[in-house]
Design a protein around this ligand. Sequence first.
Ligand code: GTP
Ligand code: MG
Length: 663
Amino acid sequence: MSNPTSFQDNLFHHARWRRNLGAALERYNTWRKQYSLDDPNSTNTLLGMIENLSSDRVTLAFVAEFSRGKSELINALFFGETGIRLLPSTAGRTTMSPTELFYDENEGSYIRLLAIETRLEETPLNALKQEPQRWKQINFDPNAPDQMQEAFKELVAVKQVTKAEAEQLGLFDERLAAEYGVENSTHIEIPRWRHALISFPHPLLKEGLTILDTPGLNALGSEPELTLNMLPNAQAIIFVIAADTGVTKSDMEMWTHHVNKATKAGRQGLAIVMNKIDLMWDDMTSEGNYQEAIQSQVAITAKTLGVSEDFIFPVSAKQALLAKIRNEPDLIQRSRIDEIEKYLAQDIIQQRQKILMDSIEKDIGFLVTESFNLVEHNYAKSSKQLAELKQLDFDNKEMIANLVKDTQQQQEIYLDNIAQFKQSREEFALQFSALTKALSPKRVELLIKASKHEISKSLTTHGMKQTMRKLFDDLRELLQDCVESTQATQAMVKKIHKQFHDDYGFQEIEPKLFKIDSYQATLEQLFDDGEDFRKSTRITLTEQSLVVKKLYDTLIFKAYDIINLANKDAKTWGRNVLSPLMHQIIAYKKQLEDRMVVLGSSIESKENLAENLGRLDRELNLIITQRNELNAIVKEIEGETSLFTKNASFLINDISRSYVDFL
Ligand SMILES: Nc1nc2c(ncn2[C@@H]2O[C@H](COP(=O)(O)OP(=O)(O)OP(=O)(O)O)[C@@H](O)[C@H]2O)c(=O)[nH]1
Ligand SMILES: [Mg+2]
């Protein structure tokens, strides 16, 4: 049995970190509710974030030409303790379908297999994953490795079909066939399954690890959904080459088209595993020579791929698996498996945490700032008013009567302004609905429908490309249309804020702005990725081939998702943007009412006056408690970082002190 690896330890640590963070966000949500500082939309945003944290997964995708040892490496890295070679790994082409390993706590242990013929359908793979009845399911006992190994044999299942059938499925190409020496056979061997999902209760999978094993032979080129959806969503790509061959021509093609592009943009982590170093053990006379040979192979590989040597990990997956099964620490060390384990544990998991923290800052940061501002503002105003009230000479009836009159007038002005605010809010709602209409799914659907029709009529790849370009231009224009209404909506929000700042000394809140350009950039990136795929795939793309069709379907679905997300984000923004101001208005209204109550009670009796002042004192104390609780919760959310408080001048170290000072 293998020792717990540092990857394992770090993944457990990461899971605990996620749970604690989620719990801190829960406490923040409760705090907002408890002090009536919540609103339905912010609550939704918070609950969504809590849900994301609890369901977050770290996905590692293994990508390489066939027979480089991807499956063996997965076995060695994660499943050594099962005591067997779990994923099939044999000479030549082995893994036939992309395989996802994870743990599904609702359904237990199973392998689900999707028939290859579903490639002919338009339904995206992601949608099919939601329909278990469409998959062949084999259940197994996770405590019976032999049974699991037997079930996993399905991953290498193939079937014989005619050339025409293979072609129809987009799995046959004359040029490729010639390259692999099968052009003369009447029947072609194709994978039986299009995709495999494996759920079993391994501790790492239970803690949120997902592993994606891909088949080497042109799977990326024939399944656009895998290339354009699943790979970009992985936390890191692990690219495998073999030490004895170095970077071959086909390794290089795969690297250029599928790995380098994605990881270069910094969107994903990367590790390059130089596998099979054991093949160099025999050839070398001494240990020193052998280490030198590996080092020089690493240097050449780094140069060929244009990356730093730090990303390259020489490993023997086969020996590592063997060593783990037999529990041989010396061999584990010689296999150098721990270097890659350490890298995945530290860099990749840390990077994941950073991504999660960034999204918390983006989505929750403004809520936290708003909460701090509100409490701070409320405290400043309430304590000032209470200090003033305490210093009044309540025996001076005439002055008190004048103050009552003043306050009544302020209340009237306030009510007028509220009426105006309501009107502005209605205008805002109108502007805002123009914005969301511009982004409406209906408009997008119409554009997409027209474009699909055009694509189906196009007789040349060039024609299809033009149609696709037009669709993306139309979608971009649709987003551009929104820029104007976004600007108008924002100007209105700023005007409303300014008015309350000028008239009542409300704290100037810089409203959070909604920006459309990032969606435009994502859309453009998608188009480029699609074009790259089209140019790179090794299957000749005849005008109406299945792969082209699938490529366009994938692009269209993704584009639709981008616009939908823009629509959803705009809605969330519009519904939330005025709430900090509303909360301030409510607080201001209460201050005027407090003042009236105190002044009124001073006319009635000294006892009433004392009681009301006492109540305001207690309420002020409550604001202090509220503030201290918020501070504590935010510190929990921040953890080691100072995400929210780094630029926060509003953090008072000892709020109760300043309160005591003026009493
Ligand atoms: N000598 C040696 N052989 C290895 C090592 N790792 C894997 N192999 C062998 O290489 C062959 C291919 O390994 P796989 O794990 O099936 O490779 P793969 O990249 O998953 O290949 P596909 O599934 O076809 O894409 C098998 O015969 C393995 O035993 C290693 O570290 N050293
Ligand atoms: Mg494999």
